[in-house]
Design a protein around this ligand. Structure first.
Ligand SMILES: [Zn+2]
Length: 172
């Protein structure tokens, strides 16, 4: 486990994170198979919950500056080391080594999140603006900027706003 795709990272935080599960009323339901995020079936669910709960506040930060500070603090806390290696092709590549073996998954997710924030900007990640949803999202590389985890959540918000306007007009 050295790297996680951004989509897998989003799934991990939303399916194992305490806040997204409680907000969705899913806290009593079993966790999905870790294979959905590319992990072995034997992966420790407690570790997935721990990582998800550490990452959710980075997505939920109220400002871009706060988001960068929270991500930086997690990087410092792991005590990770970035090493440069030479590939057989003559290219160089980097390895992010956790200081503690138990932090392998955490460091892999931090690497993915850091790459997203550096290449697409800290505003390219966030938390759903839907009511009763705190699922996280990462912008598609060339998509429109988003506010919701899914089109369902965005649609529900539009419908609710439409109903509120109608009620106001009926009373007027
Ligand atoms: Zn949502």
């Amino acid at each position: 486990m050295t790297h996680l795709r951004p989509y897998a990272l989003v799934t991990l935080v939303n399916e194992w994170g305490t806040r997204p599960r409680v907000e969705a009323g899913e806290q009593g339901q079993p966790f999905p198979d870790p294979g959905v995020v590319g992990l072995d079936a034997g992966a420790d669910p407690d570790d997935l919950v721990r990582v998800a709960d550490l990452l959710h506040p980075v997505f939920a930060a109220a400002s871009v500056g706060e988001r960068v500070r929270r991500l930086d603090a997690l990087l410092v806390d792991t005590g990770l080391t970035v090493r440069l290696r030479e590939a057989p092709t003559g290219q160089a590549y980097e390895e992010w080594e956790p200081a503690r073996a138990v932090d392998a998954l955490l460091v892999a997710t931090l690497r993915t999140l850091t790459e997203v924030v550096l290449t697409r900007g800290p505003a390219a990640i966030g938390v759903c603006g839907g009511e009763e949803c705190v699922d996280v999202w990462i912008d598609a590389p060339r998509g429109r900027p988003r506010r919701y985890c899914s089109s369902q959540c965005g649609g529900r918000v539009r419908v609710a706003a439409h109903r509120r306007r109608q009620r106001t007009e009926e009373r007027a």
